[in-house]
Design a binder for this molecule. Structure first.
Ligand SMILES: [Zn+2]
Length: 109
């Protein structure tokens, strides 16, 4: 069972209380962008075996969206944080670098 702490209400929620929202920190491209950028925004997603940054919603709780750093291989959750950010917080990245030396996700290493 996957347990993820909601950063807003502090509850350690089971995955049945949550809804997965896909990849976090997507860069949006509008109608004035190139076809390649817009296609990438719509369809291309990371699918790593390892650390991944994801969006989750605490559906059966506070209802808010948040981000989580999770390993897709071991299901270890490294931390959660507000969805109102454009990149993961520094303390979470420091934790990831300590636990998973050499991890890389997009341009974050
Ligand atoms: Zn919550």
């Amino acid at each position: 069972m996957l347990l993820i702490n909601c950063p807003y209400c502090g509850v350690a929620a089971e995955e049945t209380e949550l809804h997965a929202g896909g990849e976090a920190h997507l860069k949006r491209f509008g109608p004035d962008s190139s076809d390649d950028d817009f296609t990438g925004y719509l369809f291309h997603r990371e699918n790593p075996k390892g650390v991944h940054f994801e969006r989750w919603r605490h559906v059966n709780g506070c209802g808010k969206w948040f981000h989580a750093a999770r390993c897709t291989n071991t299901l270890e959750v490294f931390g959660t944080y507000s969805a109102q950010t454009t990149e993961p917080p520094k303390d979470l990245l420091d934790t990831l670098r300590a636990k998973r030396p050499g991890f890389k996700w997009r341009n974050i290493a």
